[in-house]
Write a protein that binds this ligand. Structure first.
Ligand code: GLA
Length: 730
């Protein structure tokens, strides 16, 4: 990693292990141009790529006669309303009602380490592990300063970017858009890869050609969402898992976002990521600063797999802070699909006892333990234990579970308020609502106005006092509805446009406080399944519930899309009962276990009621978790075959960093009668090393296993699967 500034030519060059990112300052006015991003290059002075010689219409030289410079120059942080008709990265509402803004280079600073972004999650690294460039730009007319922040990390091909905007004028100004990153590049036939979904269908991979005009994915739902994901990749047409160029852009934020690619008249692309400008308006008084969240950029010359492994390593080393990040997580059993709201102390104890016998290590009590919550219409906000269900109180239950030998975890949905709750009776104005409009209910609940400090304090104390009252090792922090009716009874008319972002900052503040008071707590974020599965949340919780869809076959697609950009150690995955509660499919218990093994691993079923032949498999599965989890959690992930693409089978592999061990998971989804075995080629092994496959006497070189491959016999029965354990021969 290295950051250089070539004074003579005014060129910035950021180098990671295998990539370079180049910017240059042109003209006396100080336009900052994006020169190059891609595979590592040796030269610094490559500003000729900016094509200024072909188009010398720099405004200061042409008497501002032509707008073509502004509309074609590859801007590093494009302004608004002064001649660049492509998407702007920033827009304002000034004292005259004008939206124009344009930034020019003024100064810069290069230093070791990386500053925190106040109030926001962001990547971190030791001073010796990263270097930061801050470029100070200014709009001299508005007295507005934008500092563009870039960090490179040792041993990683990731570059992070963020922006902070400060108002130096006495007049207040409003920011109506602040994107976190933007860069321009030649189109070269790239395709756009995004993740889309819905409840129970999160993060499905889609790839499409980039056409002229703007194409985007976004969320205006107040969270990163089930529907679209704060991620976009540009993928060269010929790219595969192993080769081709891939640019990944990922947003470290859990609220509204816009990820956009725009192809213009001259076949250049403008790629952008940031908070969605819809409904956004942020007032900046004199000397106030707005901090835009961080964006993670990654370039891989080795196809999608190269991008994946880079992001996995980056998030494991530089985003997840939890002490659990390099540790086995306790195998948990959650009572949601087991009992839904119909449970009590007795039932939970019975589950815990049976679970203990099978090697399960933690009981998680899900929704329904508080207030009068016997269905999902009531009591959110009333976080007092319902002693009619939890007889003897929470501490008694937790102590009993601990005596059985299990840890205890609990579910909360802290950001919500039920209209049928004591909290709402007392504080109806704490809900986000618009005066005189009937608010939209979703799951019969409203969202709390976390822009208000008193609300945040109430929520925090409600959660913390429960945690202080008993020996609770784990929290599942849920969020089951998206924001609508954007009105805050706390913010005045000039600040209503700040509600969505202030809400997200409120969530971050709450989770920061929680992890500060309870540093050893294992936190799992969740949002109606996986609607808030994003790098921002990973900063607070090392794992996130992937989806409410626990069907092993549906999970193949959900987990493939999730694992494309997130480490397996972050994916909440459980074995559940059949017929599956979401799709009604029946799959072998062994396959459910094999698929859940690719995530955090646990159970979501009534262990006292499932068929005996299934229960008997649990001790084997929990032993298997202990055998493989270090490898799964810390190894390199390779995608071998995708059921979403071939509609027949799924196959992926995890290889240890020292290449001495690998685990291949193969799931046969389509059972073709009278069919021969399927050939798969392993990946990531050491070519000249000898390996053995567990259960097979043969010894094979890595190159044989990788290039010639192995045969997986056609399996009898629906949805069969097999684990192949490969170890370096002694
Ligand atoms: C959400 C979660 C589930 C469960 C329910 C409880 O849907 O994703 O796992 O906790 O809420 O209401």
């Amino acid at each position: 990693m290295n950051i250089q500034f070539d004074e003579k030519n005014r060129v910035f060059k950021l180098d990671t292990e295998h990539t370079s990112y180049v910017m240059a300052v042109v003209d006396n006015e100080g336009f900052l141009g994006h020169v190059y991003y891609g595979a590592k290059i040796s030269d610094t002075d490559v500003a000729y790529l900016l094509r200024t010689d072909e188009n010398p219409m720099v405004p200061s030289k042409n008497n501002r006669d032509r707008s073509s410079f502004l509309d074609t120059f590859p801007m590093e942080y494009p302004g608004n309303g002064v001649g660049d008709y492509r998407e702007s990265a920033i827009a304002v509402l000034d004292k005259n009602g004008h939206s124009a803004v344009q930034f020019f280079y003024r100064s810069h600073q290069i230093f070791d380490g990386k500053k925190k972004i106040p109030g926001l999650p962001a990547s971190f690294a030791k001073e010796t592990e990263c270097q930061t460039l801050e470029i100070v730009t200014e709009d001299p007319v508005l007295g507005l300063e934008a500092v563009l922040v870039y960090t490179v990390f040792a041993g990683s091909d990731v570059i992070t970017r963020s922006v902070r905007v400060t108002n130096h004028e006495a007049e207040t100004i409003a920011l109506t858009k602040v994107m976190s990153a933007s860069f321009d590049m030649d189109a070269e036939g790239y395709e756009m890869l995004t993740l889309h979904g819905s409840w129970a269908r999160e993060r499905q991979i889609e790839q499409r050609p980039v056409g002229y005009g703007k194409q985007s994915v976004s969320s205006v739902r107040g969270e990163s969402s089930h529907q679209e994901h704060p991620f976009v990749a540009l993928v060269s047409k010929d790219a595969t898992e192993d080769q081709g160029k891939v640019y990944g852009v990922h947003f470290v934020y859990s609220g509204n976002f816009l990820a956009q690619v725009e192809k213009n008249q001259f076949d250049t692309l403008r790629v952008m990521m940031g908070i969605h400008p819809q409904d956004f308006c942020w007032e900046l008084k004199q000397n106030e600063t707005f901090y835009a969240p961080e964006t993670v950029l990654v370039f891989s010359g080795n196809g999608l797999g190269g991008m994946t492994r880079n992001l996995h390593d980056f998030y494991r080393s530089h985003m997840i802070r939890s002490p659990y990040k390099n540790k086995k997580r306790p195998i948990l059993i959650n009572n949601w699909e087991a009992t839904y709201f119909d449970f009590n102390t007795e039932k939970l104890i019975a589950i815990a006892k049976e679970a203990k016998k099978c090697g399960i290590e933690m009981l998680v009590m899900d929704d329904g333990w508080f207030g009068r919550r016997n269905d999902d219409n009531t009591s959110l906000g009333d976080w007092q234990v319902n002693e009619e269900k939890i007889t003897g109180g929470l501490k008694h239950l937790v102590d009993e579970v601990n005596v059985i030998g299990l840890q205890f975890g609990i579910w909360f949905e802290p950001e919500m308020i039920s209209p049928d709750s004591k909290l709402y009776e007392k504080h109806p104005d704490w809900a986000i609502e618009l005066p005189d409009r009937t608010p939209c209910r979703s799951r019969n609940q409203f969202v709390l106005d976390l822009s208000r400090k008193e609300v945040r304090d109430y929520v925090y104390e409600a959660v913390a006092s429960v945690l202080r009252s008993a020996n609770i090792a784990y929290v599942k922090w849920d969020m089951n509805r998206q924001l609508t009716d954007l009105g805050s009874s706390f913010l005045d008319e000039k600040h209503q446009g700040e509600l969505m972002h202030r809400y997200v900052l409120g969530v971050y503040e709450l989770q920061e406080r929680l992890m500060t008071e309870f540093p050893d707590l294992l936190l799992e974020n969740c949002s109606g399944g996986g609607a808030r599965f994003d790098p921002g949340m990973l900063y607070y919780s090392p794992q996130i519930w992937c989806s409410d869809d626990t069907d092993a076959i549906e999970r193949l697609k959900i987990q493939e899309g999730t694992a494309l950009i997130y480490p397996l150690s972050a994916m909440g995955a459980h074995v559940s009962d059949c017929p599956n509660h979401t799709v009604g499919r029946v799959t072998p218990f062994a396959t459910r276990g094999n698929v859940a093994l690719a995530g955090t691993f646990g159970y979501e079923l009534d262990i006292t009621k499932i068929p005996e032949e299934d229960r008997k498999l649990i001790p084997e599965q929990t032993a298997m978790y202990h055998k493989y989890n270090d490898l799964v959690r810390e190894g390199d992930y390779y995608r071998i075959a995708s059921y979403a693409k071939n509609h027949e089978y799924d196959c992926y592999e995890v290889v240890s960093k020292d290449k001495k061990e690998a685990l291949v998971t193969f799931v046969q989804v389509l059972n073709r009668p009278n069919y021969h075995s399927r050939r798969i080629c392993l990946k990531g092994l050491q070519p000249d090393r000898n390996y053995q496959i567990e259960g097979d006497k043969g010894v094979y070189h890595g190159d044989t296993l990788m290039h010639a491959g192995i045969n997986i016999p056609n399996m009898w029965g629906d949805f069969q699967s097999v684990l192949i354990h490969v170890k370096a021969a002694e």
